[in-house]
Write a protein that binds this ligand. Structure first.
Ligand code: CP
Ligand code: NVA
Length: 302
């Protein structure tokens, strides 16, 4: 891996599978402490439950100490430039974990920090989530070449990271996304041009989930888009994952959602709480995969 982990496109296929295997071994070997005596500074510009807790718990389980910094305290890019924040945090810490509105802030932090910077979600991508999701798909015995993943909903940061993964490992990725809500054009083009996966954007959720192994959805209104919520509920109403939609998929389909869910909007209680749902495994696996990422990036640093 490079110094930082900002997006899945930085990884090779071999590195992706090495991370999955290291995740397996760290789950069982609790005595491994590669972060002993090390500190991780965590800057969050947006709310978080899973990401914050899984990183903090992961750092502690690996023997280190996490320092949670709210953006009101840091003022990343406002009170101080990302470069100045990166320079200073590099003098005290062994890594920076950052959740930002503007992806450029992560690039600036990484450019100036002498320590690893890990993307804990940006407007553009959410790589730790998608690696945890891949691990979850493998855990449920679904990972094979061209596994059919149907994503229904907004072409957001989650979709961009799926596309980056699809540039590396072969997936049949069908995106049911309404007109005007497509993923990042550059990320989409790169994924298509990589010719590793079959990638389709269609408008009809029912055809998208036809014979799918995995049905994935995420909120219609991501953090920072709250003022568009009413319009989005109107534009997305046909893109709900519910029992009727799931009956189009394979009988043993798994239902995924990165959470937080907006019950009754992108997903119903029936789908989220039903026997096909693996959403809590996804959440738990954030801890395990991030431990592997941190052990690889930070653990090797003397
Ligand atoms: N899935 C996820 O990143 O959740 P949080 O926003 O709660 O961290
Ligand atoms: N797309 C969502 C993901 C939350 C984990 C958001 O950015 O708010």
């Amino acid at each position: 891996m490079n110094k930082d982990f900002l997006s899945i496109s930085e990884l090779s296929k071999k590195e992706v599978f090495e991370l999955l295997d290291l995740t397996d071994s760290l789950k069982t070997q609790k005595e491994v402490k590669p972060l002993a005596g090390k500190t991780v500074a965590m800057i969050f510009q947006k709310p978080s439950l899973r990401t914050r807790v899984s990183f903090e718990v992961g750092v502690v389980q690996l023997g280190g100490h996490a320092i949670f910094l709210t953006d009101e305290g840091v003022g990343l890019g406002v009170r101080e430039s990302a470069a100045d924040v990166a320079n200073v945090l590099s003098r005290f810490n062994d890594a920076i974990v950052a959740r930002v509105f503007n992806h450029q802030l992560l690039l600036d932090l990484a450019k100036h920090a002498t320590i690893p910077v890990i993307n804990a979600l940006s407007d553009l991508t959410h790589p730790c989530q998608i690696l945890a999701d891949l691990y979850t798909i493998r855990q449920h015995g679904k990972l094979r070449d061209h596994v059919k993943v149907a994503y229904v909903g907004d072409g957001n940061n989650i979709v961009n990271s799926w596309l980056e993964l699809a540039s590396i490992i072969p997936i049949h990725l069908t995106l049911a996304i309404p007109f005007g809500y497509e993923p990042d054009t550059e990320t989409l083009n790169k994924a298509v041009n990589a010719k590793v996966s079959k990638i389709e954007i269609i408008r009809d959720p029912r055809s998208a989930v036809n014979k799918a192994d995995v049905v994935y959805t995420d909120t219609w209104t991501s953090m920072g888009q709250e003022q568009e919520k009413t319009k989005r509920i109107f534009d997305f109403w046909e893109y709900q994952v519910n029992g009727s939609l799931l009956r189009q998929a394979k009988k043993d389909v798994i239902v995924m959602h990165c959470l937080p869910a907006h019950r009754g909007e992108e997903i119903t209680d029936e789908a989220l709480d039903g026997p096909q749902s693996v959403v809590n495994d996804q959440a738990e696996n954030r801890l395990h995969i991030q431990k592997a990422i941190m052990a690889t990036l930070i653990g090797k640093k003397k």
